[in-house]
Design a protein around this ligand. Structure first.
Ligand SMILES: Nc1ncnc2c1ncn2[C@@H]1O[C@H](COP(=O)(O)OP(=O)(O)OP(=O)(O)O)[C@@H](O)[C@H]1O
Ligand SMILES: [Mg+2]
Length: 373
């Protein structure tokens, strides 16, 4: 059993660890109300932890862990979680970065303190500062009462900054100062605020390259990446595919099962959208197939449709051609959405800002031709 030391000095039981008894076939239900009674914690008041073969949960997010690569990564997470170092998690979209971020908090000494998460891409640019750092009454029109920022809400706990590559330059400076322990002011405030927060950040962008092109501050990159964790894409951990597929299928219909052909198809496909794509494909097949047996063709892998990016699978197996394939895929999806950038960004699993940056790179003419075709 994995344990962590709560600040009160008591040991709090946590999820049984799938790496240690994954093959045992045991299924345990732990209902621990008192441990999760922290007033601050969001959604942790009563956390039901169901574990069994290769299944656990990190802050309520189910995790199937089977491949040696993922077991190794979780071993590393458990070791580094005990420190206060900032963690930068990289990996392709849908590979499970948020799950790893939650695991960092779960295994950390801060596990009974708040977990606060925010997507930097989802915050409108003009709200980022007030959301992160809070504001005082009257700071701007509409600020009728003071509001704590996410840093204050996460005090003594963990703040997860998802899609950190989307953070605008001015906020990057302020974030760096706060990470360095410098006190800050709420918007319109006169009282300095100091917080004790561990920051975990994630991105599917190449931050190193963004540093080279001046799109991301090098000093912040190094500060965030005191510890760097990379989540491997699903195609590099084939041992995870069937346990994950079975898990998602059971969630949709516990009586359904995969035919031998479907299993071969699941293994053959290269999953450019990673676990998110696998979950969507399995759920769709379970819902649309009348029979309990899911066959290869029911999975409709590699066929165009929402969230499915035909051609990208081939691109990822040919890194030399990646940039070109990315451009082709982006323009193809943009054409499918008749030039609607928000819809295209959603289908591609990237933020609207990332899409518009890439389109700027391709040039107006390429985009115009795509939308006209
Ligand atoms: N090991 C796992 N077991 C079960 N489900 C998983 C696992 N890893 C990821 N998932 C599920 O796959 C989906 C995508 O995972 P997650 O949101 O962590 O990806 P991500 O890397 O953060 O993607 P993005 O870059 O697009 O934000 C989620 O629904 C998550 O619950
Ligand atoms: Mg994510």
């Amino acid at each position: 059993m994995s344990r962590c030391q709560s600040p009160a000095g008591t040991l709090c039981p946590k999820a049984l660890d799938p790496r240690h008894y994954g093959q045992s076939g045991i299924c345990v239900l732990v209902l621990n109300l008192s441990y999760y009674s922290d007033a601050h914690s969001n959604s942790r008041k009563a956390d039901i932890v169901v574990t069994g073969p290769q299944l656990t949960t990190f802050l309520g997010m189910p995790a199937v862990v089977s491949s040696p690569l993922m077991r190794k990564l979780l071993d590393l997470v458990e070791r580094i979680a005990q420190s206060n170092a900032s963690v930068l998690i990289t990996g392709e979209s849908g590979s499970g970065k948020e799950l790893i971020a939650r695991a960092v908090h779960h295994y950390s000494l801060r596990c009974s303190k708040p977990w606060v998460d925010v997507s930097c891409a989802a915050l409108p640019e003009n709200l980022v500062e007030s959301e992160l750092f809070g504001y005082e009454k009257g700071a701007f029109s509409g600020a009728d009462s003071p509001k704590q920022g996410l840093f204050e809400l996460a005090n003594h706990g963990t703040l997860f900054l998802d899609e950190i590559g989307e953070l605008e330059p001015r906020m990057q400076v302020k974030l760096l100062r706060v990470l360095d322990g410098v006190a800050y002011y709420r918007l319109g405030g006169v009282r300095k605020v100091t917080v004790d927060v561990r920051v975990v950040a994630a991105t599917n962008q190449n931050l190193e390259q963004m540093v080279r092109t001046g799109d991301f501050r090098g000093d912040l990159y190094h500060r965030l990446g005191q510890i760097c964790l990379h989540v491997p894409p699903l195609r590099e951990r084939a041992d995870d595919i069937m346990p994950l597929a079975d898990h998602f299928l059971k969630q949709s219909n516990p009586r359904s099962f995969f035919s031998a052909g479907a299993q071969a198809e699941l293994q053959r496909y290269s999953w450019p959208g990673n676990i998110r794509e696998l979950r969507n494909a399995v759920t769709k097949a379970a819902v649309l197939t009348l029979d309990l047996e899911i066959r290869g063709e029911d999975l409709m892998l590699g066929q165009p449709g929402p969230g499915s990016m035909m051609g990208l699978a081939e691109a990822v197996s040919n890194p030399a051609n990646l940039d070109g394939m990315e451009k082709t895929t982006i323009l193809k999806v943009l054409a499918q959405t008749n030039g609607h950038q928000q819809k295209a960004a959603e289908l591609l699993g990237i933020s609207r800002r990332t899409l518009s940056r890439k389109l700027k790179l391709y040039g107006r003419e390429a985009v115009r031709q795509t939308c006209a075709s």
